[in-house]
Ligand binder design. Structure first.
Ligand SMILES: Nc1ncnc2c1ncn2[C@@H]1O[C@H](COP(=O)(O)OP(=O)(O)O)[C@@H](O)[C@H]1O
Ligand SMILES: [Mg+2]
Length: 222
């Protein structure tokens, strides 16, 4: 269970404080498929950063499995991000100097597990249709192919939580639908919790949780 309790988040631009989240609360049960929707600039990405412990709330708290993320020591937070969270973001998705296989193995490169996991990484890239792109670097891949590398990385990790920030933003509808097929497969097979930001409501299915951010809070829960 993810619990977001009365979270505020402000950014500073010079002397000016910009409040983005203004007392946002929501709950996402383990294993749920949840969508975050809302106008551009409403704080959707900011919320995903907080869920992934990439940033901290100004006030309020985020709990995952009952544990406050802000109570974790730096090393525990690193471990949470590395082991438990699959990030599928448009920016900082892939490392430009690594090929597809190494990008899938990124979470394991600092450990001694990378070599053991390499065959599985190759297998997962084949499963997402990239068997012919194994030694390609991100710049040699299309946007859809890059997203599929990020999905393969998430599949290998079997994360507790998948955070996808507009994962289909730059894709045509066919490739976009495919990304969501993989995300749903991950949710079903690994019982991962998936939280995805989208502008396109056609990806939402009955049974999904939908949270809409407006004015820094959850406006509706559908
Ligand atoms: N690191 C930051 N520093 C300053 N302002 C930021 C930062 N991150 C986000 N913002 C601002 O917070 C607001 C919400 O951003 P964001 O969460 O990216 O919105 P969304 O993803 O819904 O489009 C925007 O006005 C944005 O400019
Ligand atoms: Mg965003």
């Amino acid at each position: 269970m993810i619990e977001v309790n009365d979270v505020t988040k402000s950014f500073h631009r010079g002397e000016t404080e910009i409040p983005v989240l203004r007392g946002l609360s929501c709950r996402i049960p383990a294993g749920a498929f949840a969508f975050i929707v809302g106008p551009s600039g409403s704080g959707k990405s900011t919320l995903l950063y907080l869920l992934g412990a990439l940033d901290e709330p100004t006030t309020g708290d985020v709990r995952i499995g009952g544990r406050k993320l802000s109570d974790l020591a730096a090393a525990e937070r690193d471990e949470f991000r590395r082991r438990d969270v699959g990030f599928i973001f448009q920016s900082f998705n892939l490392l430009s100097n690594l090929d597809a296989v190494d990008n899938v193995l990124v979470p394991y490169l600092p450990t001694n597990e990378a070599a053991d996991r390499r065959p599985q990484a190759v297998e997962l890239l084949k499963q997402v249709g990239l068997g012919h792109r194994l030694d390609h670097r991100p710049a040699q891949l299309s946007g859809g192919e890059q997203q599929r590398v990020a999905i393969a990385r998430a599949l290998l990790k079997q994360p507790l939580l998948v955070l996808a920030d507009e994962p289909t933003g730059e894709l045509d509808s066919e490739n976009g639908a495919e990304i969501y097929r993989y995300l749903r497969k991950l949710q079903l097979e690994r019982n991962s919790t998936v939280v995805a930001v989208t502008h396109d409501r056609s990806y939402i299915q009955p049974g999904d949780l939908v949270y809409e951010i407006r004015d820094g809070r959850i406006a509706t829960k559908e």
